[in-house]
Design a protein around this ligand. Structure first.
Ligand code: ZN
Ligand code: ZN
Length: 74
């Protein structure tokens, strides 16, 4: 027994709906689930981009994080 009309898969985060679940999964991954692999060690806040995390560090350390590496003395 097959239904002629497939129930649309509704996105739990917005009003977006599609007929196929894998399409909905891709929608959620691209729109709602960003690649949050840059985690702040201080407050566990996650960011999609390393540059976002770097600028976030300002609120903890109050200085530019990219100056730390290049200041080594030889
Ligand atoms: Zn959505
Ligand atoms: Zn933080």
């Amino acid at each position: 027994m097959t239904h002629s009309l497939q129930r649309p898969c509704r996105c739990p985060h917005c009003n977006y709906s599609v007929t196929r679940y894998d399409a909905l999964r891709i929608h959620i991954e691209t729109v709602h689930t960003r690649d949050l692999r840059h985690k702040c060690a201080e407050c566990s806040k996650e960011f999609a981009r390393a540059s976002e995390l770097k600028s976030h560090f300002f609120i903890h350390y109050g200085e530019k994080p990219y100056t730390l590496k290049t200041n080594e003395r030889f």
